[in-house]
Design a protein around this ligand. Structure first.
Ligand code: 5U1
Length: 680
């Protein structure tokens, strides 16, 4: 492009388009163009700016990639101090806070509060002059922090320039920089693959990423910013309440929290607290509590501050998800597929709302990576229903007699050799069905709720039946008599009768449940369903080549290899034959293509889902027969709306299309038996 006027024009158009796409992608979570198209626009802008360096502007979207400068973290004095928050640790403390607010304001009626999740990240302050980001700083001691502008600029959800018009000349936006859980897991797995130190939690990962001297490193870290307050540093006016201010900040291009809500009085605040606590584990980021802020700025001013905290806000904390405890021992457990997993026996500790006395150590590589020993004091993390994990060792507290944990060479249950395939982190007992642990686990899986759902056949009975030699394989279950069962300690007549009839009525499962129940490695419910639906019969699956198996949605080379090797092993075929002889008949026809419950329906997924990726959701819907489309129309049957769903949700609302929130979608999948992926 020779003509400078047209270059300037083109550069401006590209910047506008790219900023707009960034806003939809990073702030609204609702991308409007494919990645390839975005990349083309971006490269075109980069090329034009390279040809015309005098036209490069600091707020150009190309300028966030991470400049080759060394961050010096100079001291920055905050023009307005960055306050801290008082905490409430109980419902009574929250009610006391509300009472103090009302007393000070001499108000009888309920106060309007804004309730916001308290993200577990780092508070930052961002200055915009004439709409352009000029300075970013950490909170530091509240009065002075560090200049982190170069690093902050690399975060895609931080606007380099404010959107729209009419924003104040000089404005400060504050918020939390955090690392979403998925990004944290991916970062730790990358670091661990490279043999580098991993981060204990997303907060530390966010802090470590912001403290990088080289902004190019920060640019590769999955950081996000959520804005939670704004202060105007000149004379211009903002709305007269916090809620409207945040909505305005969103229009300027900032991500604000989609869980934010208003509450009238302490009772509604406590309701919001309980609702958020319930939702905590489904959120795609860590939160450590909820913040309540008096909404009306006039009332905030009247309340003022005490020492370094505002009197108009309080954080009600959730139970801690990390605590310190001591490793008292390590045992090795053997799973259904022989995986030998080290489990730490802990001095009991209250964490994540429950008392925890065991934590997984995953595998020997993890033990070596953490350098964990018996006697060590460790950080234990329990987030939601996830198995508690040991995430860090406090080596400075290591006692002299701390014991190194040895790699097991023999299975602790059957004594067979423990083998480790090269490139795999998991060590496995080589005993197969000779190993009682593997037999027990296979039977537990077969009888479990999501498989053949044999009521009354709990883990303890299975342990006893295997230990007494009464059951060796799942097929033996069908030969148990009332008298056999009655011979067991604490098994009454009625329980024995019930169990015999529960086992008998498990003889006619639908095909996918039977496939799932076989316990093939990496074949969870969704894959079992997809296999059943694709092949229609067990014989066809058992004869399919790896290539043919890979034609099934959700089946890649690894799963195909596991399925093939399962059916290639003679003892598995023997068990299937024994099940047939015992009268077990699976009903192939139930999930054939024509009878899939969502046949003929078109579904759309929008927003981000916290319990599964969109691809996983798609596979599950397709396994039920639905077509998954990328845009909403009158023909759409249902729209699944995840967090921060944007224009597709709005369109569905305007067309009167059915909308399902993620929690209901998960329940819906569960009711159709496609809720979870593979195990082990
Ligand atoms: N969501 C949210 N987090 N947070 C932290 N709002 C919020 N406000 C804060 C802090 C420290 O402080 C202001 C109330 C002063």
């Amino acid at each position: 492009m020779a003509n400078t006027a047209s270059v300037v024009q083109r550069i401006e158009t590209l910047r506008e388009q790219i900023n707009d796409h960034n806003y939809h992608y990073y702030v609204l979570d609702d991308p409007r163009i494919p990645d390839a198209e975005y990349d083309r626009l971006f490269r075109e802008l980069q090329a034009l700016e390279a040809e015309h360096p005098d036209l490069v502007a600091p707020d150009s979207p190309t300028q966030r990639v991470g400049a080759n400068v060394e961050t010096t973290f100079d001291e920055v004095v905050h023009r307005l101090p960055m306050l801290s928050l008082d905490n409430a640790f109980s419902e009574d403390e929250l009610r006391d806070f509300d009472r103090r607010v009302k007393d000070r304001l001499k108000k009888d009626g309920p106060i309007e509060y804004v309730c916001e999740p308290k993200l577990d990240g780092l508070a930052v302050s961002l200055h915009y002059e004439k709409g352009v980001l000029t300075r970013a700083a950490t909170r530091g001691d509240g009065y002075a922090g560090e200049d982190i502008t170069a690093n902050i600029r690399t975060i895609p959800s931080v606007p380099l320039g404010l959107r729209g018009e009419g924003f104040p000349e000089l404005v400060e936006v504050r918020g939390e920089v955090y690392m979403p859980l998925a990004g944290f897991a991916a970062l730790n797995s990358r670091l661990s693959d490279r043999g580098e130190k991993t981060f204990v939690n997303p907060r530390n990962a966010a802090a470590g990423s912001l403290r990088q001297k080289n902004p190019k490193v920060t640019a590769r870290r999955p950081l996000e910013l959520c804005a939670y307050s704004v202060a105007v540093l000149d004379e211009q006016d903002l709305p007269d309440n916090h809620w409207d201010c945040l909505k305005l900040v969103q229009q300027w291009g900032f991500r604000i929290n989609s869980e934010m809500r208003k509450a009238l009085g302490a009772d509604e605040c406590l309701e919001a607290y309980r609702a958020l606590m319930e939702k905590r584990q489904q959120l795609p980021y860590d939160i450590d509590g909820i913040v309540f802020k008096v909404n009306d700025f006039a009332l905030q001013r009247a309340l003022g501050f005490v020492s370094r905290a505002p009197r108009w806000a309080i954080a009600q904390k959730f139970p801690a998800q990390e605590e310190l405890t001591v490793i008292e021992g390590v045992e090795f457990q053997v799973g259904r597929t022989g995986a030998v997993t080290p489990v730490a026996r802990l001095h009991p500790v209250f964490v994540g709302g429950v008392t925890v006395s065991n934590a997984t150590l995953h595998n020997m590589d993890e033990i070596e990576r953490l350098d964990v020993r018996i006697g060590d004091t460790v950080f234990v993390r329990r987030a939601g229903d996830v198995i508690p994990q040991v995430v860090k060792v406090l080596t400075e507290r290591r006692p002299e007699n701390a014991q190194i944990i040895q790699r097991p060479t023999h299975c602790p249950v059957c004594g067979s050799d423990v083998v480790q395939i090269e490139g795999e982190a998991v060590a496995r007992c080589s005993g197969g069905l000779y190993c009682a642990a593997q037999r027990k686990e296979a039977i537990k899986h077969y009888a479990s709720r999501k498989a053949l759902d044999i009521e009354g056949l709990g883990d303890k009975w299975i342990d006893i039946l295997v230990e007494k030699g009464m059951v060796n394989t799942v097929a033996d279950l069908y030969h148990l008599t009332r008298d056999d069962l009655k011979s067991l300690d604490r098994m009454g007549n009625k329980s024995a009768d019930n169990l015999v009839s529960a086992i008998a009525s498990s003889r006619h499962p639908v095909l996918w449940r039977f496939i799932y129940a076989l316990g093939i490695r990496e074949v969870g419910e969704a894959t079992a369903k997809a296999l059943a639906s694709h092949f229609g019969s067990l014989e066809a699956i058992s004869e399919a080549s790896e290539e043919a198996l890979q034609a099934v949605p959700d089946v890649g080379p690894i799963v195909a290899g596991h399925v093939r090797s399962f059916f290639d092993q003679a003892h598995n075929q023997e068990i299937i034959d024994a099940l047939k002889s015992a009268g077990v008949e699976w009903q192939s026809e139930v999930i054939t293509a024509s009878e899939r419950p969502l046949n003929g329906e078109t579904w759309v997924l929008t927003g981000s889902l916290s319990e599964m990726t969109r691809d996983e959701a798609k596979v599950r819907l397709e396994a039920l027969g639905a077509k998954v489309a990328s845009s909403v129309s009158k023909k759409t049957t249902c729209v699944v709306a995840g967090e921060a769903a944007g224009s597709k949700l709005t369109k569905a609302e305007s067309l009167g299309v059915k909308i399902m929130e993620e929690a209901d979608f998960v329940k819906f999948l569960a009711s159709h038996g496609v809720a979870e992926g593979a195990s082990e």
